[in-house]
Design a protein around this ligand. Structure first.
Ligand code: ZN
Length: 303
C-alpha cells in the first residue's frame, strides 16, 4: 500500500506540471483574449485568467494566475482602470496595456440638453473597447508584439490580422451606411450602459436607465415610470439590455407596457465584458458580437 502511494505522487506531480505549463500569452479579459486569438491562431498558446461568464468588474487574479501572468512571454490586459491589480502584482516586462494603444476621439458636445452625464462619461472611458474603431487601433498595435515573440510565424499572424480587420470594417461600413439617413437615432437601454464610446463614434444616442438601475430591483420607481412614459411617447418598441445579466428590469417594463397592450421586444446590446463558456466553446468573436449588435440596432431603428 505504501509503495503504491509513493509511486503515485511523482506521477501526479508530473501530470500537473505538464497541464499547468505556462501559456505563451496570458490575458485578463474577453477583449484581450479575442485580440490575441485572432492574430495568434493555433501557433501560440494563450489563456484568459477571467473565467468565462463571470463578472469582469472587480475581478482579482489568483496567486496561480499571477505566476502565469509573470512567466508568460506576453501579458495583455485591458486598462489599469479596470485591471486595478496590475500595478501591484504584475512584474512581467512584456505587458501590453490595450488602453495605451488608441487615440481618444474628441467627445462630441451633448446637444440634447441633458446634464448629469458624468457617470456615463467615466464609464465610457473605461469601456473604450466597445468602440470598434478603438478596438481596431489596439488590434493593429498588438500585431508586432505577437510577431516579436514568434517571428517565424509573422506572415501567418499578419494574414489572420488582415482577415479579422476586413470583417470588422465590413460591419463598420454597414452601420455607418445604415445610420447615414437617420435623424436623431436613439436606442433605449435598461442596464449599465458601457457603450457610450460606441454611440459617440457612430452618431447615435443611448438613452439609458442607469441612475435607478439595479439588477435585483423589481419595483417601479418614479424614474422607471418616467422611462416607460418616454417609451410610449416616442413610440419605441425595442428595449436593449446588456450581456450576461438576467434582464429583470427590462422584463418588468415589458410586462407593465403589455397591460396597455403596448408591446416591446427586448434585444441585447453586447458590451464585450465577457462571453459565456458555451460561447467560448463556439469561438464567438468580438467581430461576431459587433455584427449581432448592428443587426439589433437596425431592427430597432428601422420602423
Ligand atoms: Zn462595465
Amino acid at each position: 500500500m505504501k509503495t503504491k502511494i509513493i509511486l503515485l505522487i511523482p506521477l501526479l506531480a508530473l501530470a500537473g506540471c505538464t497541464k499547468n505549463e505556462t501559456p505563451d500569452i496570458v490575458v485578463s479579459s474577453f477583449v484581450s483574449y479575442d485580440a490575441v486569438k485572432n492574430i495568434a491562431g493555433d501557433k501560440l498558446t494563450y489563456k484568459n485568467v477571467v473565467p468565462w461568464g463571470s463578472e469582469l468588474h472587480g475581478f482579482e487574479p489568483t496567486p496561480k494566475d499571477v505566476v502565469a501572468i509573470n512567466e508568460a512571454k506576453l501579458f495583455v490586459y485591458t486598462t489599469p482602470e479596470l485591471d486595478t491589480w496590475v500595478d501591484a502584482l504584475v512584474s512581467n516586462e512584456n505587458s501590453f496595456d490595450m488602453s495605451a494603444h488608441y487615440t481618444r476621439h474628441e467627445e462630441p458636445v451633448d446637444t440634447d440638453g441633458h446634464d448629469g452625464h458624468d457617470h456615463d462619461h467615466d464609464h465610457a472611458g473605461l469601456h473604450f473597447f466597445t468602440n470598434p474603431e478603438y478596438y481596431l487601433e489596439v488590434f493593429n498595435a498588438l500585431l508586432p508584439r505577437i510577431s516579436a515573440i514568434d517571428p517565424a510565424n509573422s506572415a501567418y499572424f499578419s494574414e489572420n490580422h488582415d482577415n479579422y480587420v476586413s470583417k470588422m470594417e465590413t460591419t463598420i461600413t454597414d452601420l455607418k451606411t445604415f445610420l447615414s439617413d437617420k435623424t436623431n437615432p436613439t436606442l433605449y437601454f435598461a442596464g449599465h450602459n458601457a457603450l457610450g464610446d460606441f454611440a459617440h463614434e457612430f452618431g447615435f444616442e443611448i438613452h439609458a436607465l442607469t441612475e435607478s438601475y439595479k439588477p435585483d430591483v423589481d419595483f417601479l420607481s418614479p424614474t422607471v415610470v418616467a422611462f416607460i412614459e418616454e417609451i410610449k411617447t416616442n413610440n419605441v418598441h425595442h428595449l436593449f439590455v446588456e450581456e450576461l445579466v438576467e434582464p429583470r428590469m427590462a422584463n418588468l417594463i415589458k410586462t407593465e407596457l403589455l397591460k396597455d397592450n403596448y408591446t416591446i421586444e427586448i434585444l441585447e446590446l453586447h458590451g464585450y465584458h465577457n462571453i459565456t463558456s458555451a460561447q467560448a466553446k463556439e469561438n464567438v468573436t468580438y467581430a461576431e458580437l459587433f455584427s449581432t449588435n448592428v443587426t439589433n440596432i437596425k431592427k430597432a431603428l428601422s420602423n
